[in-house]
Design a protein around this ligand. Structure first.
Ligand SMILES: C[S@@+](CC[C@H](N)C(=O)[O-])C[C@H]1O[C@@H](n2cnc3c(N)ncnc32)[C@H](O)[C@@H]1O
Length: 251
């Protein structure tokens, strides 16, 4: 199978989900409540927005203007369609862009947001590079995977060692935030329901339909096995890790 074929299978597996990672509207609203002074002049940037589950919450919850970026064009097209249908297109500017190379002016945003996507560039690199985008008094809100127990089970440790070796505890991440020149305004752990309801539950259905569509295709089965393993590891150890929401501002 070509690299394009592998990528196409990957996106097929993740098509049609309400969101592309753990999260939920209540957690987005809770993190937003930690940011002071949001009004009609507030400029937000949502990095790695996917199909825009959180972009739409940000737009509904505030009168702000939001630039939402993702490098997968079909996700951006989906967000544009939904924003238009909800009458939010005037305030959501969805663009195809690479977060590794953001050609956006310095100081252009009062709030930079990123749910489940900072891992793409790495937590420290994201914090250091995205600071440039913040206007004076601006805030940054991100979620990142963290251990929530000091003694995670071996199966979960083994899985994360391959998937995201940078995973660490919440206190370690808070230290990294200070080392990157920010202070934490608040943080909280996403509940297990934010992994299941809009992410793993529909993804589990996708895995089964995907297997049925791709009988006798070894590469497709390998992908289905890998996604199933991720879901199974979470079922076995959901109390040992989660995403932590961190809201911070430059010191
Ligand atoms: C785990 S998903 C999270 C999506 C969304 N924020 C959510 O929580 O549903 C990560 C997102 O990052 C996007 N992404 C991956 N690499 C990227 C890059 N280099 N530049 C911009 N977006 C990227 C993916 O397309 C995907 O939509």
């Amino acid at each position: 199978m070509t690299e394009d074929g592998t990528t196409a299978l990957f996106y097929e597996m993740f098509t049609g989900l309400p969101r592309q990672g753990p999260g939920d509207a209540a957690s987005t609203r809770r993190a937003l409540s930690l940011v002071p002074g949001i009004g009609p002049a507030t400029r937000m940037l949502d990095i790695g927005c996917g199909t825009g589950a959180q972009s739409l919450v940000l737009a509904r919850q505030t009168p702000a203007h939001i630039v939402a970026i993702d490098n997968h064009a079909p996700f951006i097209a989906s967000l544009r369609d939904r924003a238009r249908a909800l009458g939010l297109a005037e305030r959501i500017d969805a663009r195809v862009a690479d977060m590794r190379d953001l050609a956006l002016p310095s100081g252009a945003f009062d709030l930079v947001w990123s749910e489940g996507a900072i891992f793409v560039v790495g937590f420290e690199r994201g914090l250091r590079e995205w600071r440039r985008l913040l206007a004076p008094g601006g805030h940054l809100a991100v979620t990142d995977a963290c251990w929530t127990r000091p003694d995670p089970p071996a199966g979960a440790v083994e899985f994360w060692r391959h998937e995201y070796p940078a995973i660490r505890t919440v206190p370690e991440t808070l230290d990294a935030i200070v080392a990157c020149g920010y202070e934490t305004v608040g943080h909280f752990t996403l509940p297990p329901s934010s992994w299941w309801n809009d992410y793993y539950r529909p993804l589990q259905e996708n895995v089964m339909a995907f297997r049925a569509r791709h009988r006798d295709e070894p590469e497709a089965h390998a992908l289905a096995d890998a996604v199933q393993r991720e879901i199974d590891v979470w079922h076995a150890a959901a109390d040992a890790y989660s995403y932590e929401f961190f809201v911070m501002r430059p010191r």
